[in-house]
Design a protein around this ligand. Structure first.
Ligand code: ATP
Ligand code: MG
Length: 259
């Protein structure tokens, strides 16, 4: 059974999408079968793997989540990316309306879980890239997921707002998904030249302890450039520090799951 991982933090611009794309691509390079699911109306994940404007015969994640009856066959929504073993369910701007359109629907918090259930066996990992909010879309991701991966930008307010995410996860466990775990907390955009970065990293490790990945993602220009070319960083510049870091993160994740 494939593991469903929600890449989430309601804070904007912390590296959720960058992590989803590059961790997924690193695992695909290691010949794991990986599905990316974009549930952000910004569609950055979709464009970051070069699929902006694309959709399967069923449509995008918007059509999947807002149908009157829950959709339980995701296959018509899955499209290939330019990377072997890496598939995508794309998003687009229409998804902006979903937060409101889903409110009157039956199973509104469980739509994504019901949608993905039948393809779990066909993938080793399914990564869901969340929008920067704790609304109904993120709730769907947390209800569908086995675990949350939480990227944290190494800057002064990194821990701010995390209590809300941890509280939301607690409520989801009680009501809808008792098995929801923390896959790991990932330090992103780390700059080892600043004391602040070091300080934030040590605060986060004190707070989340062994839940924090050993691998730290450095601030790296190539990571910022790759999405505009519609490719993961390891296709854009495999020798960059950014590519090395995400490949190391994938190895760490595989080691953890084998342990
Ligand atoms: P949002 O909350 O808007 O969805 P996000 O959490 O998904 O944002 P990203 O889009 O991954 O964050 O990253 C924000 C910006 O920072 C992007 O322009 C991205 O290219 C850049 N970026 C992400 N990680 C790094 C890094 N390690 N080094 C340099 N730039 C980075
Ligand atoms: Mg994003």
């Amino acid at each position: 059974m494939g593991k469903i991982v929600a890449v989430t933090n309601q804070k904007g611009g912390v590296g959720k999408t960058t992590t989803a794309i590059n961790l997924a691509a690193s695992l695909a390079f290691a010949e794991r079968r990986v599905l990316l699911v974009d549930i952000d109306p910004q569609g950055n994940l979709t464009s970051g793997v070069g699929q902006k404007g694309k959709a399967g015969p069923g449509g995008t994640i918007y059509e999947a989540l807002t149908a009157i009856e829950p959709v339980t066959d995701p296959r018509p929504f899955i499209i290939p990316t330019g990377v072997d073993h890496l598939s995508l369910i794309p998003s687009n701007r229409n998804l902006t309306g979903a937060e409101i359109e889903m409110v009157p629907l039956a199973h509104r918090e469980e739509r994504l879980r019901m949608f993905l259930a039948s393809v779990r066996g066909e993938f080793d990992y399914i990564f869901v890239d969340c929008p920067p909010s704790l609304g109904l879309l993120t709730l769907n991701a947390l209800v569908a997921a086995d675990a949350a991966l939480i990227p944290l930008h190494c800057e002064y307010f990194a821990l701010e707002g995390l209590a809300d995410l941890v509280g939301t996860m607690r409520r989801v466990r009680v009501a809808l998904n008792p098995g929801l775990d923390i896959e790991g907390v990932l330090l992103t955009m780390f700059d080892d030249r600043t004391n602040l970065g070091q300080q934030v990293a040590s605060d986060v490790r004190q707070f989340f302890k062994e839940k924090v990945f050993r691998t730290v993602i450095p601030r790296n220009i190539r990571l910022g450039e790759a999405p505009s070319h519609g490719m993961p960083v390891m296709l854009y510049d495999v020798k960059s520090r950014g590519a090395e870091a995400y490949l190391a993160l994938a190895r760490e994740m595989l080691e953890r799951s084998a342990a």
